[in-house]
Design a protein around this ligand. Structure first.
Ligand code: EPZ
Length: 421
């Protein structure tokens, strides 16, 4: 298993290109199942999760080209041969459940494994199921699989989500575009990934209004056609790399970054003493004079502070002067990075969904272990600022969501290398 070794201390300087969003791409790829015409996605990131989704779509009979090269994915579902998302794939990647809506809409049936537990929380899929049932699907749980049928097709409905769910909104959107009549999604997720999916579906001929607001209205159409769509920039990769100059006292331009993708996060950075400026090519981030200051953070659905940047922000606040309180409101177990950061000298107390971070002058390098995607990159950020050497193991988590992390940071002067075994 690969490890990443970092020798901390360098103030990062330079520019980092931001890739297309993993979580947008993972929702866009299943949209191919809705049409027999080709769907081309440009600006796709090259990540193991994207390959996993490609393998899942392939197992359903879709043709997926471009996974090796990255950037341009050519998808075609002109002849689907399967309707089953196997446990072996779904347990590796929960986003697999995003084939449920498109399969029911296109074929009238689907068998999708329940994903099971996850390192950051229970993450049930009851809202995905509720949305499909509201659209007229009959769903039964058998042998660990959701067996869905809509023999008379799907029909539009009002779906009122009791809590905001990104994935359930995406599934409902993809099912509703081919349902008969009007669907209204209430308390819908407003994430940029939802907006990107809606834009892509509209390019395929769907009738959708209101994406980016809590109410999305969809007028079902008989069929969708092909399209070419550019994947939106990855706001979580952007936020992560914005923290690299912030934590090391450097100055980095994140190319392709846009402030509206990370507004709540950038506001907290500002309060912590980090300058964020819009440039012609992206966002420039550097430390203002003086030490980092403690700030309180509460995660929330978009446009709030993203849970996917909480671990990385904790790394920054570990070195800020004062006491910061981080409240994790989306997932119940998303502080696994705290004990690893503590191995590097961070002072963090966790009680339930609250972490209290007392800033220390200096972190110190140590061997640490990645527990999930965002936790792993928080350890790398901490390592960039730490004195001495840090070795992060289990970096396969990192490869699920960060493309060439060691190259991107290395190009800005970080002393970082991958040790392959
Ligand atoms: C998406 O997951 C992202 N994944 C996650 O990114 C991200 O953390 C999350 O949204 C929140 O922003 C992808 O887009 C592939 P949710 P998703 O449904 O859709 C509960 C990363 O690091 N819930 O919005 O699965 C759920 O347990 C990953 O890239 C139900 O109760 O998240 C959670 O508490 C990790 N029932 C809350 O809703 C359901 O049926 C929000 O989850 C569905 C969700």
């Amino acid at each position: 298993m690969d490890q990443i070794r970092v020798r901390g201390g360098a103030a990062l300087q330079g520019s980092i290109p931001i890739a297309g969003a993993k979580n947008a791409c993972l929702a866009l790829m299943p949209a191919t199942l809705l049409t027999d015409e080709p769907l081309t996605l440009t600006n796709a990131p090259r990540l193991s999760d994207i390959s996993t989704m490609g393998a899942l779509l392939g197992s359903l009979g879709a043709e997926v080209a471009g996974l090796q090269e990255g950037r341009v994915l050519a998808l075609s579902s002109h002849a689907l041969t399967g309707s089953r998302a196997d446990y072996d794939i779904v347990r590796k990647m929960r986003a697999s459940v995003l084939v449920l809506g498109p399969l029911i809409a296109r074929l009238g049936h689907a068998e999708v494994s329940l994903p099971g537990g996850c390192a950051i929380g229970a993450r049930p899929v009851d809202l995905h199921r509720m949305a499909m049932e509201r659209l007229g699907a009959e769903i039964e749980l058998r042998d660990g699989y959701l067996h869905a049928r809509a023999p008379r097709g799907l029909r539009g409905a009002v779906i009122d989500f009791p809590i905001v769910s990104v994935g359930a909104t995406e599934n409902a959107l993809m099912a509703a575009v081919l349902a008969r009549g009007t669907t209204v999604l209430k308390n819908a997720a407003r994430e940029p990934e939802i907006v990107d999916l809606a834009r892509c579906l509209r390019g395929m001929g769907a009738q959708i209004d209101g994406e980016g607001s809590p109410e999305i209205v969809i007028e079902g159409v008989d069929r969708l056609g092909g399209s070419t769509h550019r994947v939106v920039a990855d706001r979580i990769e952007l936020g992560t790399y914005m923290l690299a100059p912030a934590i090391t006292g450097g100055d980095v331009e994140c190319l392709g970054g846009r402030l509206e993708l990370v507004a709540a996060f950038a506001e907290k950075l500002g309060a912590a003493g980090v300058a964020v400026e819009e440039t012609a090519a992206g966002l420039r981030v550097h430390r203002r004079d003086g030490p980092l200051r403690a700030v309180d953070v509460e995660t929330a659905p978009f446009p709030g502070f993203p849970t996917d940047l909480q671990a990385q922000m904790m790394a920054l606040l570990s070195t800020a002067s004062g006491v910061s309180v981080l409240e994790e409101r989306i997932f119940e177990n998303r502080f696994m990075h705290a004990p690893e950061l503590a191995r590097m000298g961070a002072q963090i107390e966790v009680h339930g969904g609250t972490a209290t971070v007392t800033g220390v002058e200096r972190l110190r390098g140590a061997p640490v272990m990645a527990t999930d995607l965002r936790a792993s990159v928080s350890l790398i950020l901490a390592a960039l600022a730490a004195e001495g050497e840090t070795v992060v193991s289990r970096v396969y988590h990192l490869d699920r969501g960060y493309e060439r992390v060691e190259e991107k940071l290395g190009a800005c002067g970080a002393d970082i290398e991958r040790i392959s075994e």
